[in-house]
Design a binder for this molecule. Structure first.
Ligand code: SF4
Length: 378
């Protein structure tokens, strides 16, 4: 398959790995964070750590949308799902994430509530049209890649004047999270990051331009990379060369899909429907300013946080008294790159993809799930 097989060539991978091994400087360790969970998955699926020299340290970042959603927001979605008039729709991975009181949307569905998995937010329009006596709520999550489809649905629902569809918006922004991770350097609890392997799909939407502050403000280079194994190895080589040369730039390895300014159509519809939130909580990173989106006032009639404000307020006190994360779960530290999934004493026993105790074990993009699936043999 074009653009896939040629980027999975084993012989080329070995050649690239040998070039990296020849160019790394002895006595120097290169701490490279792959922000995106898709990269984490590719790194383990193709066994890249085994190909790389020991002084390349790959650190897994916070780029898994399911993993970074805080329990409070998941609890709000569960409160909505329990309303007898509501059909709550969301992506499959969200159904299994444990919330307060160790419950999940899947368990709530088993209790008789109408919770549905959708592949696309566009499905919600059809469900709303087929169920005029119900309130359909789309529990929207994700980074810049999944935001444009949500924006299109809000715009369509507005044009159709659908009275029974609303969106519970939890869309978050990648560059803001990267700022958040680098800003923790001043807290004394920060992981060392010499360079970022920049996200693939997110960058097809936003382009390479939003990463320019990282070399300028933090002295941290970024190389945007595709999701195939050769993409990741090439990005590692490009970062090693920048660090060896004393250069600090944004470079684009994924030129077959990412441009400087991104996808103008997608960015325009997002701009039309959404605006920045003042602040938003991220699991592991805490509250970060301007790190998430909310629905603009013009589309407020479709905003579930306004439509169900009374219900959410009513549940807020009750939810805050429930037990939160499993105390031994290290997801916050894993998401900040401070710990490896194997450092968590719950990893593999009892926390597994069939019995996830933390968000990082739920989605295939979560670091714990990637370690479980491909990295349990030491
Ligand atoms: Fe959390 Fe499970 Fe990962 Fe431990 S192994 S950090 S409990 S998700």
């Amino acid at each position: 398959m074009k653009y896939v097989d040629e980027f999975r060539d084993g012989e080329l991978a070995r050649l690239l790995a040998a070039t990296i091994a020849a160019e790394v400087q002895p006595g120097r360790t290169y701490h490279l964070m792959e922000f995106c969970g898709g990269h984490t998955h590719a790194i383990f699926r193709y066994g890249l750590p085994d190909l790389l020299p020991a002084n390349i340290r790959l650190i897994h970042g916070a780029g898994c949308p399911v993993c970074v959603l805080p329990i409070a927001r998941l609890d709000m979605a569960m409160a909505l799902a329990k309303h007898p008039d509501v059909i709550l729709c969301t992506y499959g991975d969200m159904l299994r994430v444990p919330g307060s009181g160790r419950t999940s949307l899947l368990k709530i569905r088993a209790e008789g509530n109408d919770v549905r998995m959708v592949y696309s937010p566009a499905d919600c329009i059809r469900i709303a049209q087929q169920n005029p006596d119900k309130q359909v709520v789309f529990f929207a999550i994700g980074f810049e890649t999944t935001t444009p489809p949500t924006a299109v649905v809000i715009e369509q629902a507005s044009r159709l004047q659908l009275p029974n569809l609303s969106v519970f918006c939890n869309h978050v922004l990648t560059p803001a999270a990267m700022h958040g991770i680098l800003d923790t350097r001043s807290s004394g609890e920060a992981v060392r990051i010499d360079g970022f392997i920049g996200p693939a799909y997110v960058s097809t939407v936003i382009g390479s331009d939003p990463y320019e502050p990282f070399p300028a403000q933090y002295g941290t280079p970024v190389v945007i990379a595709g999701f195939e194994p050769l993409d990741v190895l090439q990005a590692v080589l490009m970062l090693v060369r920048q660090l060896n040369d004393g250069r600090c730039e944004v470079e684009n390895e994924f030129t077959r899909a990412v441009t400087h300014s991104g996808n103008h159509k997608a960015k325009a519809v997002v701009e039309q429907v959404f605006e920045l939130r003042d602040t938003f909580e991220w699991r592991g990173l805490g509250f970060m300013p301007n790190s998430a989106l909310q629905i603009r006032e013009q589309y407020r009639a479709l905003d579930a946080e306004y439509r169900f404000a009374g219900l959410l307020q009513q549940h807020a006190d009750q939810l805050s008294r429930l037990p939160q994360d499993n105390k031994a779960c290290e997801c916050p530290q894993v998401l900040r790159g401070l710990k490896n999934p194997r450092d968590c004493k719950l990893f593999d026993n009892p926390c597994t993809p069939d019995n996830p105790l933390g968000s990082c074990m739920v989605s295939s993009e979560g670091a714990c799930a990637a370690y479980y699936q491909y990295g349990r043999v030491k």
